[in-house]
Design a protein. Structure first.
Length: 252
């Protein structure tokens, strides 16, 4: 290059172009992931795992102040999975929608009135409207939906006398949610199920996968850390291995 000033100008432009690509722009391979229940024990770990891998995350909460994570690829928004209009506005232009919620609406004693059941209906309805452009939907379910033997759910073996009514409703709300999703043929859903017990152990990145049966590891334990469960959920977001199916997760 004969003119050193021109060479220097080209070099500076190249550097600033590279910086612009690296900050604030979607990188190749990154997913746009919407997370409901992002302030919960599982949801916040799902958010952290997705951000660690470079994905673009929108964390949804009725109270955004409960989400303290800070990241250039994180957007925190107010939203309510029980509000169909809110759901429809947020799921647009996403690649994956992850729902990790629980609770009962009002004073109802009907598991059809659980937050998880309403959430599934609202998310499916919104994604159905988007057709082929709709995101994949990963629903975080409960271990009560797993079979302890053919045709017998773990939920049905729990001693009801010792379980608070709200928890019993939440468990059977998850059962109904899985039953409902299995009737949905036009939305790309996945039902992610933890082992019997959640722990707060550190992330190892290692886990075992199963299907409808309640899993135990080689030591006879049916447990998974929330951090490693989040690894499995984001692995599914990236790999789409269980579309229109359920998978379960246990520690190694």
């Amino acid at each position: 290059m004969r003119n050193p000033l021109i060479f220097l100008l080209i070099l500076v432009l190249a550097v600033f172009t590279h910086v612009g690509d690296a900050v604030g722009e979607e990188q190749p391979g990154s997913l746009r992931i919407l997370v409901y229940g992002a302030s919960g024990k599982v949801g916040r770990r799902v958010v952290d795992e997705a951000l660690t891998r470079g994905h673009i995350v929108t964390a949804v909460s009725r109270d955004p102040s409960r989400i303290s994570a800070v990241n250039d690829e994180l957007t925190v928004v107010q939203g309510d999975v029980l509000d169909p209009a809110s759901v429809a506005s947020l799921v647009t232009d996403q690649d994956v929608v992850i729902v990790s919620v629980r609770g009962v609406v009002g004073q109802s004693k009907d598991p059809n009135d659980t937050v998880t059941r309403f959430a599934a209906d609202n998310v499916v309805t919104a994604l159905r409207e988007l057709g082929d452009q709709g995101a994949r939907y990963i629903h975080v379910g409960g271990s009560g939906t797993l079979e302890v033997k053919p045709g017998v759910l773990y939920a049905d073996t729990l001693p009801k006398v010792f379980i608070p009514k709200y928890l019993e409703l939440a468990i059977y709300g998850q059962v109904l949610t899985l039953d409902y999703l299995r009737t949905v043929a036009d939305v790309k859903w996945t039902y992610a199920t933890p082992a019997k017990n959640f722990t707060n152990r550190k992330r190892t990145g290692a886990y075992q996968l199963g299907g409808d049966q309640l899993l135990k590891n080689s030591r006879g334990r049916s447990r998974i850390s929330r951090a490693d469960f989040a690894v499995a959920v984001i692995d599914e977001a990236e790999n789409a291995q269980f579309v229109k199916r359920r998978f379960s997760v246990v520690e190694q």
